[in-house]
Design a protein around this ligand. Structure first.
Ligand SMILES: [Zn+2]
Length: 357
């Protein structure tokens, strides 16, 4: 856990201790709030776990939903939040739950928790993951580094990866290389090249983690489940040409419609942080026909929110502490600008690292 995370954690703990959610304005006018999850699985992270922020345990999810109910929150569908926004209806107590990427553990470990709480949820499916055509570079990179004493190849940095510290530094350097230096349209082939040079079976990775279409269909049949779009190639759209970004959104929706028989109306931008999606992508999402699109910028859905650039609050595996999550889902927090801006900036900074996706 980095110093930055520790800092954010301390800031949030401070807020929790002073009962910030109760002291702050109730977020009047908010159309509700949207939570983001990725993996839900019982495994606890080891010493080298650069993607730990993306994973919460079913037990924590269960406790979080229980807590949210206890403080008067109500679980609603994601489209209900969009309805609220469009109708100008204030519903600060309403919360929608979303899960990005289409991981199998969503059906195995999260669904039973959602059923217990009768909580609707939306899974944002990346069609290229379910089609097995797009690699999960951050998952591959973690495994390549975890099991080896060094990393090199694919034009990236050659680094030792013997100790936990070296592994963490190598992951950060490679993440920077892949997300900032390599052209976005070449990220997939770059991680495949690295995997081959490292003797890592990247073709087997996506099927081991992500639902295939049969599994997505089975999940979609659950009355609590909705399926949203998450593009075809899971690329940072802002780093693509407008034509390619639009095509990625349309193709992702096309594939879901072909496989499920229904076109998704809602989109989550891959990564969701400002360097991956902004006003240009919002306009393209509208052009692609989506009713609304979601980022991972934290906040409640304000009455004046832009429908194609809506905020969501990440349920971060690094903060599996109910008091902290209670602060995060307090609409008042995000409406009280001064003093809390630092915590918010810290979270946005955290979001800028692809470890939160
Ligand atoms: Zn994603």
């Amino acid at each position: 856990v980095s110093l930055r995370h520790t800092g954010i954690r301390l800031a949030l703990e401070g807020l929790a201790l002073v009962k910030a959610p109760r002291l702050l304005p109730a977020g009047r006018g908010s159309a509700g709030m949207v939570l983001t999850l990725h993996h839900v699985r019982p495994d606890l992270p080891g010493a080298f776990a650069p993607n730990a922020g993306l994973s919460v345990t079913p037990g924590f999810l269960d406790a979080l939903l229980l807590r949210l109910s206890a403080i008067g929150k109500r679980f609603v569908t994601l489209s209900r939040i969009v309805d609220n926004l469009q109708a100008g209806r204030a519903a600060p107590e309403e919360i929608a739950i979303t899960l990005d990427d289409g991981y199998r553990n969503n059906a195995v470990h999260a669904l039973p928790v959602f059923r217990r709480h009768r909580a609707p949820f939306t899974v944002f499916v990346c069609s290229g993951f379910s089609d097995r055509t797009a690699p999960l570079w951050w998952e591959a990179l973690e495994r390549i580094i975890a099991a080896r004493d060094s990393i090199s190849g694919a034009g990236g940095p050659s680094l030792p990866t013997r100790t936990v510290e070296e592994k963490a530094a190598a992951f950060a350097a490679w993440r920077r290389y892949l997300t900032e230096e390599v052209e976005e349209e070449r990220v997939a082939e770059t991680i495949v090249t690295l995997a081959r040079a490292s003797g890592f079976d990247i073709e087997a990775l996506t099927p081991s983690l992500v639902m295939d279409w049969d599994e997505v269909r089975a999940l979609a049949a659950d009355p609590l489940a909705s399926i949203g779009a998450h593009t075809d190639g899971h690329q940072a759209l802002a780093r693509l040409s407008p034509e390619m970004a639009l095509a990625a959104m349309v193709q992702g929706a096309d594939r879901i419609e072909e496989e499920l028989g229904e076109r998704p109306r809602l989109l989550a931008f891959p990564y969701g942080y400002p360097s991956a999606c902004g006003p240009r992508e919002a306009a393209l999402a509208a052009e692609a026909g989506f009713r609304a699109a979601f980022t991972t910028r934290p906040g409640a859905v304000g009455a004046d929110a832009q429908p194609h650039l809506l905020p969501r609050i990440s349920v971060n595996g690094l903060y599996q502490d109910l008091r902290l999550q209670e602060v995060l889902v307090s609409p008042g927090l995000w409406h009280a600008a001064e003093g809390l801006r630092r915590a918010k900036a810290g979270l946005s900074a955290g979001r800028a690292a692809p470890s939160t996706r």
